[in-house]
Design a protein around this ligand. Sequence first.
Ligand code: ATP
Ligand code: MG
Length: 392
Amino acid sequence: MFTAFLIKYAEIGIKGRNRHLFEDALVHQIKYALKKCEGKFLIHKTQGRIHVDACSAFDFDEVVEHLQLVFGISGICPVVSVEDEGFEKLCDTVVDYIAKVYPEQNQTFKINARRARKDYPKDSMEINADIGEAVLNAYPQMRVDVHNPDILLNIEIREKIYMYSEIIPGPGGMPVGTGGKAMLLLSGGIDSPVAGYMIAKRGVKIDAVYFHAPPYTSDRAKQKVVDLARIVSKYTGPIYLHVINFTDIQLYIHEKCPHEELTIIMRRYMMRIAEHLAKENECLGLITGESIGQVASQTMHSLIATNEVCELPVYRPLIGFDKQEIVEVSEKIGTFETSILPYEDCCTIFVAKHPVTKPNVNVIRRHEHNLDEQIDALVKTALETDELIIVE
Ligand code: ATP
Ligand code: MG
């Protein structure tokens, strides 16, 4: 019975001159999300609203499910639209709508009419009163409550007549593309896909980089990262995933630096390379899945060491989250099952038994000089052999 959806979005932050950018980005993301659904849709904006009109048969649940992936949508209202065939016919349609959507018919209601077409023979007050009466006649057990109704039935008189009363919650946030772009360091773990999701929810487009170390990390580990990127891309749109071969850099660090500092120094090179890619691709920041104290390389001392090698801001949306809280988000967004597949994202030979938890930055810098001879060439090669995978 529904033939369209009215899309509600949060008004905060989108007033004034930027409003059309916000709306255009939202329309773009809705189109992307609905491409995967059966049916044809016309998506358009009118006077501060976005409409999704179905031009063919469609699967209601499938469309709602996909709209619920689009950041920026705060509510999805399924709409019934009918031709204007006179007021009596309209009353019948409303009575019929209530029978179908609210089979219990024992709730309170309010009619909220809006007349966008001033040549309609009744004004909105009259429409409210007369339709209200028709509903009461049809369902004597229903009552009007103008202050706090169970059912707020909106009726809009335009060329056609639209009615809606249900609001299905959307994901909130801002449309992807309104907030610039950032480079996500995406590993196969639980945390980084969640971190990417959270920053994308604020309207930021996501590029990603994965540091792969074959043969120490398997092809399956890489495929897992591609699969994670694919799940995140349901929310963000296509993700350009850079796969950087990190093996030689890792081996060289292993050979030249103290083992308890391996992870920190490796992380510093990941950040440097990620920043290089970020700048090359117009990203305005880096994103990681770090959380204070989760592992040795994420203590506040360690974070000083990994942070200082970048100029761009590093966004760490999980910084104050417990593991359990991160797991809950990853289950909600659908990455958890893939993240826990047991393909190592780092070989054990590169993991020290007793990694430093309070690295001294001066010491780390000094030990990095052990790498002076070859590291620039190795980084250059790693960047030159960057494999780009477009994930959608
Ligand atoms: P995750 O669950 O995201 O793997 P983690 O708890 O395993 O995180 P670390 O392995 O210490 O944490 O990594 C910290 C962050 O560094 C990750 O969240 C991710 O952003 C980045 N990172 C780590 N390893 C890689 C990698 N191989 N490729 C890309 N990014 C990585
Ligand atoms: Mg990890």
